[in-house]
Design a protein around this ligand. Structure first.
Ligand code: HOZ
Length: 449
């Protein structure tokens, strides 16, 4: 394995590519979360990847915890997924006509998400949430929606206020270009705050069409729901005749086979999915009760469409991926690996005395530079992002690739080995210790190796 630190000065190929990128692409990237603005430096230019490892354009190797922002629960380039894509590519990449593949993937989704009596495939999570909210507004005849501060539901106009992910990273509280009249239809409340939800319903009563929530928030760093929070959302929405939308783009097929709704035993009215169900290819989906979904065109007047919706390559990759997730012990083994990492991180925090906390929900993890556990967006925003930047750089120097933001999660895949995890934990310990030295804020209790 090349040591990224040793060759950093020679990363001319990456630098050269990024220079060309900044000339022709906005900020040199095609999604702001890939820019290293919050951590300094220039982004990794990915060259290729296999399993849990990714190589940059200079041949530096990293253990990857971005995993395409959670899409790659099997790791990179799983042979069966690659084979399915190649097989389909040779038969045609897009038809603009229905295929059996769409039926096959939809059935697999419904088998584990019974709340999705009917499914519509789209090309991204953004499209899925945008369409689900349109449907909720149409079905209830109400325009207001409630979302939670720090949750991220893609980049459609209704979701860009007080949002997590790249908006949190870049400090964009509200997005220019979103008409004020539309922004006012989105009501933000703090995550995990049932009283705030009750209050917003008291104020707006029969005008709220839907509550949309990441049942396990993973776009302000990982923030699990407090006990009873999701149950309260279900009860409140039923009481007020509003719909409950679970955005499981990240948690679906990740925290367990049937996502957060299975884990917590709650049936939402609508669910949005993405990432894992496309096996690394662009896909999204929304689904829900038959009476709701049947309002979507062509059965109903709620219009939503897409040239590449249900794309056969994405369907094939999704089917191949989901079929691998049903292998006996898949989630148990992923949980064991993730626990090893979570326990290791927690121990490293303790050993180094770093002012940090860690959170884990299955294979989703975040190390927060915060004194107290992070339970909502205002707590997340208090994290020491300067320290995170130092930590991120330390990890990168040690060959570990994290998302370049305090406000994202780490994704463990089935391809991460115990050896990968142990190397990562060692890097966490060393990087935390290095930061302690750099900022003088922590009391080092143990020497690092
Ligand atoms: N949900 C991902 C970030 N938290 C999306 C990645 C992107 O915006 O590119």
């Amino acid at each position: 394995m090349n040591s990224p630190k040793k060759v950093k000065l020679e990363q001319t190929r990456s630098q050269e590519i990024f220079r060309r990128a900044t000339d022709v692409l906005v900020g040199g990237v095609n999604s702001p979360v890939r820019a290293f603005r919050a951590v300094g430096g220039e982004p990794i230019i990915a060259d290729h990847a296999a399993g849990a490892h990714l190589w940059d354009a200079d041949g530096n190797e990293y253990i990857d915890y971005v995993c395409s922002w959670g899409a790659l629960i099997l790791g990179h380039a799983h042979p069966k997924v690659v084979q399915a894509i190649a097989h389909q590519a040779a038969r045609g990449t897009s038809y603009g006509m229905p295929t059996e593949l769409e039926v096959e993937l939809a059935q697999r989704v419904r088998n584990v998400f019974p709340s999705c009596e009917k499914v519509r495939f789209v090309s991204s999570g953004t499209e899925a949430t945008m369409s689900a909210v349109r449907l909720a507004r149409a079905a209830t005849g109400r325009d207001l929606i409630v979302k939670f501060e720090g949750c991220y539901h893609g980049h459609s106009d209704s979701f860009l206020s007080e949002a997590g992910s790249g908006l949190a990273t870049l400090g964009i509280a509200g997005c220019p270009g979103v008409p004020q009249v539309l922004a006012e239809l989105t009501l933000n409340v703090p995550y995990n705050d049932v009283a705030a939800v009750e209050k917003v319903f008291d104020l707006h009563r029969d005008k709220i069409g839907a509550v949309i929530v990441e049942p396990i928030a993973a776009n302000m760093g990982l923030v699990p729901p407090k006990s009873g929070f999701l149950q309260a959302l279900r009860e409140i929405t039923v009481r007020h005749g509003a719909l409950l939308i679970f955005d499981e783009v990240i948690s679906g097929f990740r925290v367990c086979h049937g996502g957060a709704q299975t884990l917590f035993g709650i049936t939402p009215d609508l669910t949005t999915l993405g990432k894992i169900i496309g096996g690394g290819l662009p896909v999204g989906a929304y689904g829900g009760r038959r009476d709701l979904m049947d309002r979507v065109a062509p059965l109903g007047p709620v219009y939503q469409a897409g040239t590449l919706s249900g794309n056969p390559l994405a369907m094939s990759a999704g089917i191949a991926s989901l079929d691998l997730l049903v292998a006996p012990g898949f989630y148990e083994s992923l949980e064991a690996r993730s626990k090893r990492l979570g326990d290791g991180i927690a121990a490293a925090i303790g050993e180094t005395g770093a002012v940090a906390t860690s959170a884990r929900a299955g294979s989703l993890l975040t190390l927060f530079f915060a004194r107290e556990p992070v339970t909502d967006y205002s707590a997340a925003k208090k994290c020491d992002t300067r320290k995170f930047a130092g930590f991120f750089g330390g990890m990168l120097d040690r060959g570990i690739l994290l998302a370049p933001s305090q406000f994202e999660a780490m994704f463990v895949s089935a391809a991460h080995s115990d050896a990968d995890i142990d190397r990562t934990v060692a890097a966490v310990r060393e990087s935390l210790a290095a930061i302690a030295g750099q900022y003088g804020t922590a009391l080092l209790k143990k020497c690092v190796t």
